[in-house]
Design a protein around this ligand. Structure first.
Ligand SMILES: Nc1ncnc2c1ncn2[C@@H]1O[C@H](COP(=O)(O)OP(=O)(O)OP(=O)(O)O)[C@@H](O)[C@H]1O
Ligand SMILES: [Mg+2]
Length: 448
């Protein structure tokens, strides 16, 4: 290992740690170029000040694991990250699996202080070797990659049940945003449908031990119902504070190996919403708002599937907290009229409906209603039209493989196009066309 001077950027949470760090770095040839508390600043300073490495506390504002790889794969030179984490947390391991070269724990005592010096030097050496040997592919990351798109809460809703394809769209959009071959963003799918949750079944999970045994489907141990009942028992004393990132992680399930998708499974059966806890509408509404707020800090995207009645507390929370509401309307007069009728009362409650966008779904001109008629009746701007294709849609459910990963036809394309609205670089990938599908196929072949 060389003793060359190294320049680093530090992303810190507690200033006392920076002071301790300065002490341990004295006379080591390692200089702190900048110490900041915000992920975007860490990223920009590391790139613009030409840092050799980053020492990063995952509690910095706006932190996401993705930034570790973005820095390491920076085109001009690799910028490796070393984690600066609480000893009692699991953050270090998580950062390493996201590409960090190692981590030291807080508080910085003598041992950790010496370790930081060794680790930073090792990280830089290792990253340079990898780059020279061509083991990593660089990525043209815009210098403000973290700002190139915005984190979003997207709620999928329509005031009509049955065949409105809400859950189908929520599941496929969440997979498009999170799968390694597509959006590759940390994404959480919240199943807030108070009538009954379907998202888990669509993704191939079950809450029924009998199904799990017979079909080999992964068994869910917890979901929304358990989260609500547990939190309700502490609500009186702790209020919102009862819901923390650590708590929420206990209730989500990771979907697939090649995606960054976590699911909060919904209600397993309609009778769960009859439980005593759900009678307290104000509490359920506040819990819903709080769950969304905490999830928003943990993920780049939060996708929420809700049921048709916008007055039910979790549905209302999801509509109010969303940055975007996608209203899925199939080409049937009953659906179109229901959607049109819901708009005035909704406007009365929420005020501006600017975030509401129309998604025409299951569309075929043969059904006798034109896209133009639907847009005019509902009175919302249309984002995308998703074509009718029952064979692809039903097969995807029955094979537990969302069609956005498998369908090269117009149905898969339409949802990838929708996802690209929220992640501009997906649009680029789509333009490159076929190569994307070659990549996807490889991933899927490996999975099966
Ligand atoms: N583009 C499509 N073309 C044809 N059929 C579709 C399409 N998308 C979804 N479907 C089918 O429509 C049915 C209903 O879908 P989904 O469960 O997503 O609707 P929903 O609005 O969530 O309904 P619920 O009221 O049960 O929550 C499913 O059988 C699904 O396969
Ligand atoms: Mg549904």
């Amino acid at each position: 290992m060389s003793d060359q001077p190294l320049n680093i950027v530090v992303g810190f949470y507690n200033y006392a740690d920076v002071q301790a760090l300065e002490g341990y770095l004295r006379d080591t040839g390692i200089t702190i170029l900048s110490a900041v508390q915000d992920a975007q600043r860490v990223f920009d300073d590391a790139v613009n000040l030409e840092a050799d490495a980053v020492l990063l506390c995952p509690q910095v504002t706006g932190y996401r694991h993705q930034m570790i790889l973005d820095l390491l794969l920076h085109v001009e030179r690799p910028i490796p990250t070393v984690g600066l984490v609480e000893a009692t947390s699991d953050d270090g391991r998580a950062m390493v699996s996201a590409g960090a070269k190692g981590f030291v724990t807080l508080p910085l005592d003598e041992t950790q202080g010496n370790k930081v010096v060794v680790m930073l030097r090792q990280a830089v050496d290792e990253a340079h070797k990898e780059r020279q040997q061509g083991q990593v592919k660089t990525r043209a990351v815009p210098s403000s990659r973290l700002q190139a798109w915005q984190e979003k809460v997207i709620t999928i809703w329509v005031p009509k049940g049955g065949g409105s394809t809400r859950t189908t769209l929520a599941v496929n959009l969440a997979v498009a945003l999170s799968h390694a071959a597509l959006g590759n963003q940390p994404t959480c799918l919240l199943d807030f449908d108070m009538a009954k949750g379907d998202a888990h079944t669509m993704l191939g999970f079950t809450a029924n031990p009998d199904y799990a045994a017979r079909h080999g489907w992964p068994l869910l141990e917890r979901g929304l119902f358990d989260l609500v009942t547990w939190t309700a028992s502490r609500w009186g004393q702790q209020g919102e504070g009862a819901i923390t990132p650590v708590l929420l992680r206990n209730y989500t399930a990771r979907w697939g190996e090649d995606s960054q998708l976590d699911l909060l499974p919904g209600l397993y059966a309609p009778h769960q919403a009859d439980a005593r806890e759900f009678d307290n509408r104000q509490m359920i509404y506040q819990m819903g708002r709080r769950i969304i707020e905490v999830m928003r800090q943990m993920y780049a995207f939060v996708i929420i599937d809700v049921g048709q009645d916008f007055t039910r507390p979790l549905h209302r929370a999801a509509l109010e907290a969303a940055n975007e509401v996608l209203v899925t309307v199939p080409p049937t007069w009953t659906a179109v009229v229901d959607a049109a009728n819901a708009m005035p009362p909704l406007k009365h409650r929420l005020g501006d409906l600017g975030k509401f966008k129309l998604v025409i779904t299951r569309y075929s001109a043969e059904f006798g209603l034109s896209e133009k008629e639907i847009i005019q009746e509902v009175g919302l701007p249309r984002l995308v039209t998703i074509p009718h294709d029952a064979v692809v849609a039903e097969t995807a459910i029955n094979t537990h493989t969302p069609f956005v990963l498998t369908d090269e036809g117009p149905l898969g394309e339409s949802v990838r196009e929708l996802a690209a609205n929220f992640l501009p670089y997906l649009a680029e990938k789509r333009r490159r066309g076929r190569s994307l599908f070659a990549g996807l196929k490889k991933v899927l072949v490996r999975e099966s």
